[in-house]
Write a protein that binds this ligand. Structure first.
Ligand code: UDB
Ligand code: ZN
Length: 184
């Protein structure tokens, strides 16, 4: 199973590389990597298991974070209506997005970053996405709110981008007009 020690930390060069496209259908090895990543999120969200193994409760994990430089990530998040978004994405893309921006009012963190970095991360408020699941079947979704933020945070990892790259240097808490706050 994946533990916190298996998650590479900020400063590791793999987090700054553009990850490789995954050939489809996914290989047995790639399917196993995805399974392990999904299991990490499930374990990390389970109070007993996360306590036993010292896991931070994760809502998303991208392959580069376990030192696998491939375009795949998993997300496991519930929106404000209680809808669950449990997906694995291979070769994910944003097809279109709103002009409107959104940001987590608590700011963002990262399983690969051990310190708190204050500031808002502005992201697209609404996105249409596509990608492939662990069986190589196409997924198309429209996302908003927290699931949209998680998707964009994980997609950034596949492009070597960290959440703090997006924080305004002059005023970390600057909110452009009509940006939508998202509460956790
Ligand atoms: C997380 N979790 O998993 F808005 F119920 C973070 C950590 C780094 C704090 C564990 C998180 O933000 N949980 C959360 C957020 C909510 C509501 C809620 C739980 N990640 C995943 C990560 O680092 N992936 O690479 C960081 C998130 C920050 C914004 C999206 C992903
Ligand atoms: Zn992250």
């Amino acid at each position: 199973m994946i533990l916190m020690k298996d998650i590479v930390r900020d400063g590791h060069p793999v987090l700054r590389k553009k990850a490789e496209e995954v050939p489809l259908p996914p290989s047995r090895e790639d399917m196993e990597t995805i399974k392990k990543m999904e299991e990490f999120l499930i374990n990390s969200q389970d109070p007993v298991t996360s306590e036993r193994y010292g896991l931070r409760a994760g809502v998303g994990l991208a392959a580069p974070q376990i030192n696998v430089s491939k375009r795949m990530f998993v997300m496991r998040v519930t929106d404000e209506k209680g809808q669950e978004y449990n997906y694995c994405f291979i070769n994910p893309k944003i097809i279109s997005h709103s002009v409107e921006k959104a940001y987590l009012t608590s700011g963002e963190g990262c399983l690969s970053v051990d310190r708190d970095i204050p500031g808002y991360v502005l992201r697209h408020a609404r996105i249409k996405v596509k990608g492939y699941d662990e069986n190589g079947r196409e997924i198309r979704l429209r996302l908003r709110g927290l699931p949209a933020i998680v998707f964009q945070h994980e997609l950034d990892h596949l492009n070597g981008v960290m959440f703090y790259d997006h924080i305004n240097k002059e005023n970390p808490f600057h909110v452009p007009k009509d940006a939508v706050p998202v509460d956790r």
